[in-house]
Design a protein around this ligand. Structure first.
Ligand code: IMO
Ligand code: MG
Length: 427
């Protein structure tokens, strides 16, 4: 299929990086289309273990052109550090490009986000503090600075001067903090501009040409649908859309070009940062799963809360993404449990609902209704054929497929590339 979008169906950290790395083998182009370095995509392959934040997870294959699209916000310092570390590990970066329209994360975004999160006190969102929210706010407020702006120093300085004056007024007058220096930021970003200039392109043309040639393009999502600013647990959400629809807008091609949407769902749930989490596990099981799966933030190191598979959430996000198929990841983590729970509905004021509510106040009154399934209690990490999974594991997958009305085309049983059961070739 020529365009495949890979998107997270829960609260992020579903294992998108692993799946994109694996599918990249048969791809010609991998494009990030949303988020920024709030993403942490772990990839384990024969070249080593990598925690990618901005560079697309297709970078490990020599035939793949990697693009950070217009929908991504880029912190150039983070990108350059990530590139240096990849280069040091022998990864070829010659096919890595940045959209000239991608907005940049500026030093004041980080400062303002820190001040805002502190000011929110107990209502803090628990963001990754990478300046993501302030950068996307500026993009929409039309006061962003874009990658292409770095290519014209004079115009860049003039724009930065005007924007920084306003940002410094907020930093000093609203928060009583220290202003930032125009000269310092200008100098720093001119250096970044010089280093990144050869990679800054009109990437929509590159993608159009790839499609024209009949190339296979993989769209790498970041975050998960429940962090979407419209459909997620707002305001405990991120600031760009992690949905499949954004693959088109955040990269600059028409939605009709997307042939297949792969929804990535962990076999259980996890969440990091503040906000509701209906199926959070009882403490003992949650802690056990967290340690077994090493559920700690790639970006922030924060421990993630773990929960049972929430089919109310998953059915909703399957629908809003229009998933063609599912990838169920980390099934092996559940190998040790004697029995498993799947949330099939929420009890709300005495009635059962099966749609995910928009209002957090309503969600707070919801109690998950569970269905219990038997565990398999045998290791699955070495299994490569669906038929070889223990019957209870197949039953668990089948129940998820049934609840979501969507086939589980890929099942992941470990972090390595080859620890994968492929039931339908999708690239
Ligand atoms: P990947 O791509 C999990 C969460 C943060 C916080 C909220 C807002 O690895 O799946 P932000 O810094 O984006 O303004 O924070 O979103 N969050 C993620 N959680 N995985 C991610 O990315 C996330 N990116 C943001 O923890 O709750
Ligand atoms: Mg992650």
């Amino acid at each position: 299929m020529s365009v495949v979008a890979v998107v997270g169906g829960q609260w992020g950290d579903e294992g998108k990086g692993k799946i994109v790395d694996m599918l990249s083998e048969k791809s010609d182009m991998v494009v990030r289309f949303s988020g920024g370095d709030n993403a942490g995509h772990t990839v384990v392959n024969p070249l080593g273990e990598f925690a990618l934040r901005l560079v697309p997870s297709g970078i490990f294959y020599p035939q793949v052109t990697c693009i950070m699209g217009n929908g991504v916000v880029i912190n150039p310092a983070v990108l350059l550090a990530e590139m240096d570390s990849l280069r040091q590990r022998g990864i070829d970066l010659s096919r890595l490009y940045i959209s000239d329209r991608a907005n940049l994360i500026m030093p004041y975004h980080l400062v303002i986000e820190g001040l805002e999160e502190e000011a929110r006190g107990g209502r803090a969102i628990g963001t990754t503090r990478k300046g993501i929210g302030p950068a996307f706010s500026d993009k929409i407020a039309r006061v962003g600075i874009r990658a292409g702006d770095l290519l014209d120093r004079e115009a860049f300085r003039e724009r930065l001067e005007h924007i920084l004056e306003y940002k410094n007024a907020i930093i000093t007058k609203v928060f009583g903090a220290e202003p930032l220096s125009l000269d310092d930021i200008f100098k720093e970003y001119c250096e970044y501009g010089e280093r990144l200039a050869p990679r800054i392109r009109e990437t929509t043309l590159m993608i159009a040409e790839a499609l024209e040639r009949g190339n296979k393009v993989l769209m790498e999502g970041a975050q998960g649908a429940l962090l979407d600013p419209d459909f997620g647990t707002y305001p405990f959400a991120t600031s760009s859309s992690p949905l499949a629809g954004e693959a088109s807008i955040g990269a600059g091609f028409g939605p009709t070009r997307i042939n297949y949407v792969l929804g990535i769902y962990k076999a259980y749930c996890s969440r990091v940062g503040a906000g509701p989490f209906p199926t959070e596990m009882e403490k003992e099981t949650g802690n056990m799963i967290r340690e077994r799966a090493y559920e700690y933030g790639v970006v922030s190191g924060r421990p993630r809360s773990c929960g049972w598979f929430d089919a109310v959430v998953a059915r909703f996000t399957q629908r809003i993404n229009g998933c063609t198929g599912l990838a169920i990841t980390r099934l092996d983590i559940l190998d040790v449990l004697p029995s498993l729970k799947i949330c099939t509905g929420y009890e709300l004021d005495g009635a059962i609902i099966d749609n995910f509510p928009a209002s957090l106040a309503v969600l707070a009154r919801c109690r998950p209704v569970y269905e219990e399934l038997p565990g398999w209690q045998v290791p699955t990490s070495d299994i490569r054929q669906f038929e070889q999974l223990p019957p209870e594991a197949r039953q668990y997958v089948a129940r998820i497929e049934e609840l979501l009305s969507c086939p589980a085309d890929i099942i992941s049983v470990g972090s390595a590339r080859e620890q994968t059961i492929i039931r339908r070739a999708i690239m």
